[in-house]
Design a protein around this ligand. Structure first.
Ligand SMILES: *Cc1c(COP(=O)(O)O)cnc(C)c1O
Length: 394
């Protein structure tokens, strides 16, 4: 199917075709961990499910096709995909990381890789000059995440790739917020694309999964070896759930992104909201780069209220979004980064990065957008009430 000139929207539905033996239109779920070998001297395609499983292979071929890579790999979580990819590094190597990196990735780099002699430094990935100055003689990987979490800052992917290639480094990019429908980093020169498929790709808050894709055969060979050696593969049942979720990715992301835009436009008009962070807004600082390198701004936005009291008031007065970590699901998810994703970061460090106590992140789901806006309006109105009460108490 990959040879045919179909859009990603169509590929999502048909890329894994139907089962050759039975014609089943849903990929058969192969629970088998071991496979009978017909020939004493020559073994078949599958022998043991850690090394290869037909259901997992369908997921891996699908994500490789969607990202435009040569090979994909499915892992038991986003962190398993990211951590296994870091095993491409060796003791003495250095990794240059975006300072706005996912908390689990931050922990892996600072507390685990360091035990194996892998060095790191954080950099403001928005600033190409700073990136260029931070590359060291032993830098082997430049690690990007764009848009960043939770402030939706944009990295110039091609700019970083150019610097990496000039210095003989690989580039990794966490594409969780965009998915291949909105951003295809391999076409921009990135070596390894990573996903928490737990989010938009699976989309229903019911499966943990991770993916890695590369467009380079040599890296693919190494990742296959590492996936089998480390062994954090995605189970067959979860592969099936991920395939099921992927079929509706296009329609989910389109609807959620349209709603996110409307919500961002609503929020920026409200006096209680000090700032809205969404790459779809005309004044977003990374907007020009985002328009150039991605097909859309996505379905996640953040906004800043005055402080903790206001954030608490809003959360207690909205009824539709769930108040939780995670994102990219059918249900809208409202989260509070300073106590959730970034709780482990010292307050001063957090605030320096703009993650203040008034900051909220909203991953927009598939609810009726007018009802979502009404719900947020109620939440914001309740803040006005406490503010008025405070004035009266004075
Ligand atoms: C959730 C997330 C991860 C980690 O994925 P898990 O599936 O939770 O292990 C990595 N990167 C980003 C951007 C995420 O949102």
């Amino acid at each position: 199917m990959s040879k045919k000139p179909f859009s990603l929207q169509t590929s999502l539905i048909h890329s894994h075709g139907f089962d050759k033996e039975t014609g089943a239109v849903s990929t058969p779920l192969h629970h088998a961990t071991t496979f009978h070998q017909q020939d004493f001297d020559q073994y078949g395609t599958y022998d043991y499910s850690r090394s290869g499983n037909p259901t997992r292979e369908t997921v891996e071929e699908t994500i490789a096709e969607l990202e435009g890579g040569v090979r994909g790999f499915a892992f038991s979580s986003g962190m398993a995909a990211i951590s296994t990819s870091f095993l491409l590094l060796s003791s003495g190597d250095h990794v240059l990381v975006s300072e706005e990196v996912y908390g689990g990735t931050y922990r892996m780099i600072t507390e685990v890789l360091t035990k194996f002699g892998i060095e790191y430094s954080f950099v403001n990935m928005k600033d190409l000059h700073e990136v260029a100055c931070s590359i060291k003689h032993n830098t082997k990987v430049i690690y990007m995440e764009t848009p960043s979490n939770p402030l939706l800052n944009i990295t110039d992917i091609e700019g970083v790739v150019k610097l990496a290639k000039a210095n003989g480094c690989l580039t990794f990019l966490d594409n969780t917020f965009m998915t291949p429908l909105l951003q295809r980093p391999i076409s921009l020169g990135v070596d390894v694309v990573l996903h928490s498929a737990t989010k938009f790709l699976a989309g229903h808050s019911d499966v943990l999964a991770g993916l890695a894709v590369t467009g380079n055969e040599e890296i693919a060979g190494k990742l296959a070896f590492l996936q089998n050696s480390f062994g954090a593969v995605l189970g067959a049942q979860d592969c099936w759930l991920l395939l099921r979720g992927l079929k509706t990715l296009h329609v989910r992301l389109k609807e959620s992104s349209e709603s996110a835009y409307k919500i961002a436009a609503f929020l920026e008009k409200r006096s209680e909201v000090e700032e809205v962070y969404y790459p779809g807004l005309s004044y977003h600082p990374g907007r020009e780069i985002q328009v150039r390198q991605a097909e859309g701004p996505g379905a996640v936005l953040s906004f800043r209220l005055k402080g903790e009291e206001e954030a608490k008031q809003l959360i207690q007065n909205v009824n539709i979004p769930v108040f939780a970590v995670s994102l990219g699901a059918v249900e809208s998810i409202l989260s509070y980064p300073s106590r959730m994703s970034h709780a482990s970061m010292p307050k001063a460090e957090r605030e320096r990065r703009g993650i203040t106590d008034g900051l909220l992140r909203l991953s927009v789901g598939l609810e009726n957008v007018d009802e979502l806006i009404k719900d947020l309006q109620n939440g914001l109105d309740s803040i006005q009430k406490i503010n008025r009460k405070n004035v009266i108490n004075l």
